[in-house]
Design a binder for this molecule. Structure first.
Ligand code: BGC
Length: 359
């Protein structure tokens, strides 16, 4: 069967390979992949900067934002949230707990793995979902509401922001919190989905990005949020923002957010910076304001099953037409290389793995 593979840490190694059918030992559920989303992490892997092959192999099957249809399952396997049946739409969870396991992995909080021995499908030592078929244990398959259809491919990135929001709320609720104004930096898929969840929480959401034209301002307006293309410090100037969701990984924005946050506020970092850029900051002044104003900065990565469930609920409540607009390009598997050439108006690019995908 066909699969999109790379040799991790080797640039220009992306290719459409012919690989063996999935092994039964990979899990009780055989899934036909319909679509796979492409994100910044995939770009990093393809550029040779990130990613690890499964032990004993040199190639990794790419793809961690998946949507598939169940082809085979023994008499319906039951998970906490229901039975998985032939024909169901499912999304595969990305991370697998470490084998030790650490305290967090032992209780299903693998997104907080403490020893770094976790694996991630399509990223770290575990083949991903960008193959025509894959097998999975029902414990790591999440059912997608049929009404969402192919838009279920947005579930994984939404799970990442569902976790980020959970962090923000948990930390904010140390004392009276009641956030009103939220700033999201970056109008890529993660920023826009973070904004969607903010709007669903009834908050006043401001989204900041560099571009002043194109689809991003429209998408932001489409959920009733406010779009800005001016510097973050100007947007935060009123001093009344107590949540910043940083979704770019740009160092300057991180420090601007910390500097201008309202007392008791939370900055949540979700963007992974590439490193290698030094900034000059007044560390003393920053320390002083963070201490005197009880501010918190938290990093957030990955998602556990609870976050996938929260994401599924959020997507079910969202306007499907808006979610559809977020997917700006659909690329057939055979033309995979196109998915890795950035275009100005790209938000979410999706690879159609099956020819039978209906939007
Ligand atoms: C994925 C996460 C993963 C992270 C780090 C992100 O793109 O969505 O599931 O944990 O990369 O590898």
């Amino acid at each position: 069967m066909k699969a999109l593979t790379v040799i991790p840490k080797k640039a220009d190694s992306l290719s459409l390979s012919d690989i063996d059918e999935p092994l039964e030992s990979d899990g009780d559920v055989l899934v036909e992949t319909l679509a796979v989303g492409v994100c910044g992490t995939d770009f990093e892997i393809v550029s040779g900067a990130y990613g690890w092959p499964p032990k004993g192999k040199d190639r990794l099957v790419l793809g961690h934002e998946s949507l598939g249809r169940v082809l085979e399952v023994d008499d319906g396997v039951v998970r906490g949230d229901g039975e998985i049946k032939k024909g169901d739409l499912v999304v595969g969870i990305v991370r697998r707990p470490d084998p030790v396991p650490c305290h967090n992995c032992a209780i299903g909080e693998w997104d907080f793995c403490r020893n770094g021995l976790y694996t991630e499908r399509g990223i770290k030592e575990h083949d991903g979902y960008c193959s025509e078929r894959y097998r999975i244990s029902p414990n790591f398959a999440v059912k997608v509401d049929p009404s969402l259809g192919t838009l279920g491919v947005l579930l994984e990135p939404t799970s990442v922001v569902a976790k980020a929001w959970e962090q923000v709320m948990n930390i904010g609720n140390r004392a009276f919190f009641g956030p009103k104004k939220v700033v999201v930096t970056g109008a890529g898929p993660i920023g826009l989905l973070a904004a969607l969840l903010g709007v669903q929480k009834g908050l006043e959401v401001h989204v900041l990005d560099r571009v002043s034209q194109g689809i991003k301002p429209d998408l932001v307006a489409g959920i009733g949020a406010h779009y800005h293309d001016n510097p973050l410090r100007d947007v935060l100037i009123d001093g009344d923002t107590n949540v910043v969701l940083e979704c770019t990984g740009v160092g300057e924005l991180v420090f601007d957010a910390m500097e201008h946050l309202a007392p008791g506020g939370v900055v949540c970092l979700t963007g992974v910076s590439s490193g290698g850029r030094a900034l000059q900051v007044d560390a003393g002044a920053l320390n002083r304001s963070m201490v005197l104003e009880n501010e918190a900065v938290v990093g957030s990565v990955n998602a556990n099953r609870r976050h996938y469930q929260a994401a599924a609920d959020a997507l079910a409540k969202a306007d499907p037409a808006w979610l559809n607009r977020l997917i700006t390009r659909k690329v057939p598997l055979d033309e995979y290389a196109q998915a890795f050439v950035k275009r100005d108006d790209d938000v979410k690019v999706v690879i159609e793995v099956s020819t039978d995908v209906r939007w």
